[in-house]
Design a protein around this ligand. Sequence first.
Ligand code: GLN
Length: 419
Amino acid sequence: MENPVPDYLDEVVTACAPNLRGEPASYIPELAKVDPDRFGLAVATVDGEVYAVGDAEREFTIQSISKAFAYGLAVRERGLSHVLEKIDVEPSGEPFDEISLEEGSGRPLNPMINAGAITAHTLVGDDTTSPQGRVEQIIQLLSDLAGRELSVDEQVWHSEMAASDRNLAIAHMLRSHGIITDSAEDVVDAYSRQCSVLVTARDLAVMAATLANAGVQPVTGKRVFDGDQVRHLLSVMLTCGMYDSAGDWVSSVGIPAKSGVGGGIIGALPGQVGISTFSPRLDRHGNSVRGVAAFERLSKDLGLHLMRVAPPARSVIHSTTVLGEGEEAVRIYHLAGTIGFTGAERVVTRLTEHPPHERRLALDMTGVHSISGIARRMLLEATRRLREDGHEVFLAEGEDVLPSPDPGDGRELEDVPEL
Ligand code: GLN
């Protein structure tokens, strides 16, 4: 059988391709030279499956998409509280290159606009790291995320440097507020190199899938960020990643994302997929027109909106059966799926409101593929209370999801007896 997913993605590209609105970025002259018709789409799952269609193997510069990852690196190396002292996490509602800082503190409003991104860039490494050293660390990080060695497009970098008055102004302003200490020229030089790293939509989809996978690159298995760092980063991407169209994006697409003026967009849906599009024509916010259209379509067709209300956890108790007869009888609750707080709450409520007539009962965990820490504690506490009420409680096949179950009353949970 041929996998239908690439066919579907081809269909999305074909449907969005006729949209020729927007213009490639021209404020960096080299970017204006790109073929505006290129259009690539790639999707990478947290299992490491990668689908790439159209121009998904063409290289272009990462631009502002690098801001998300460099910020993640700063948080990884300096700790979140230190980084928050320098950069806030409030959506600015302003264009990416706005020359604005928070009143009073002088902090940039968030790490996705240039002021915050330039600051985050300087927080990579430690106080002794040179600007060149920072760039190397960032390229290494991006390469780890992509799973291949990435390099800088020197021509785009030169072109960006020749058009860097605005970023220099931002850097000078940051220096005057004591937010950065290096020379404005050095910082903008290094930050522009970060923006000029060459990637493909395929690379970006895998990089986004690393975020979707809580920080582990799904193809190489390398851990790049920890779970808390990713949660923070995705939150900032959701609220600030699309600049002054962040509100529109969240309501129509609902996936944490970041765009770049090179024409790329990434989106990372926690626990599911990383998505990337590449199409150079930009809207007035600096976001790729066809990229936004493709994301809207994918979000709708594939049900990827983060705020989509998931079906209730009602189905956690899949069924119940009774084994044996009379005093010997054991009522077995067959649990299934992923059990978090709400799932465990349903089990506990069922046992409270409809306690089993049988004295003996068992939790069958064979159909459960994961259980959160709090759900585990709730089920073990329920076990302890049922025992207090005179029930005997067993566990079926739970070693994988409930290893060494201890309800806290000194008595281990035993396997269901042979009847
Ligand atoms: N290098 C670009 C800049 O700083 C990145 C901007 C972007 O992609 N939005 O101006």
